[in-house]
Design a protein around this ligand. Structure first.
Ligand SMILES: Cc1cc2nc3c(=O)[nH]c(=O)nc-3n(C[C@H](O)[C@H](O)[C@H](O)COP(=O)(O)O)c2cc1C
Length: 203
């Protein structure tokens, strides 16, 4: 089948399959502070690293939300790693709490102090990346109209790793057990890991 996004067959596909097709997605569990010092926490699966030198990452907000607004105003945020041990807390923190209410408190999630930036991090996360906001981008559609999406880009300025998750010099995903976002209400757990050697060009 083929369709253009505005002409999907709603009987065959009642829900937009886009997020199920672009899956699995890593989850950026973003902590930030608002101007009054209230600590915010929310998951974003339109999230990824976009480069390693300098280490840059981004999350995308469908319309401005507390996380994007805080990252824009305060120029700082923290990525917290979502392993299976904190999956329920991550999901709970997506509650649309009013701006003045901290999801850390509302969901009973323990905080730990960051080293360089002001927002706290999730104490039980296997890893956390302290970030300084580098750019806020408001993408446009093919007609040049604003797409009501806010892209927040940040540079990693500090790395926390719980050493229980390091094995033989590697951050071990067998122990960290990453949770990924699929489509609909589906989430993924990584159950099989294998290596693929990179192809070499034979002269
Ligand atoms: C796993 C997961 C991934 C999510 N990803 C996004 C996303 O990429 N973009 C977005 O705008 N909202 C996303 N949401 C919804 C936000 O987390 C939710 O709107 C939240 O209330 C925003 O909080 P904030 O206003 O404190 O930033 C996601 C929710 C869940 C549970």
């Amino acid at each position: 089948m083929f369709y253009t996004p505005e002409n999907r067959d709603h009987d065959l596909l009642p829900h937009d399959p886009l997020k199920a097709i672009i899956a699995p997605r890593p989850i950026g569990w973003i902590s930030s502070l608002n101007m009054d010092g209230v600590a915010n926490l929310a998951p974003y699966s339109f999230f990824n690293a976009i480069g390693s030198n300098p280490p840059l990452l981004m999350f995308s907000s469908e319309g401005h939300k507390d996380s994007s607004r805080n990252a824009m105003e305060m120029r700082e945020f923290v990525f917290n790693y979502v392993g299976q041990a904190v999956e329920a807390e991550m999901n709970a923190s997506s509650v649309p709490a009013p701006a003045g209410v901290s999801e850390f408190d509302h969901c009973g999630i323990e905080r730990a102090q960051s080293e360089i930036v002001s927002p706290p991090r999730v104490a039980r996360a296997a890893a956390a990346l302290e970030c300084k906001t580098t750019e806020i981008i408001e993408p446009v559609d093919i007609n040049g109209n604003k797409a009501s999406v806010v892209l927040v880009l940040g540079q990693v300025v500090g790395v926390h790793i719980n050493e229980n998750f390091i094995q033989e010099g590697r951050f071990d995903v067998n122990i960290a057990k990453p949770v990924s976002r699929l489509g609909y209400l589906d989430f993924g757990h990584t159950s099989e890991i294998h290596e693929l050697p990179r192809p070499r060009w034979q002269e």
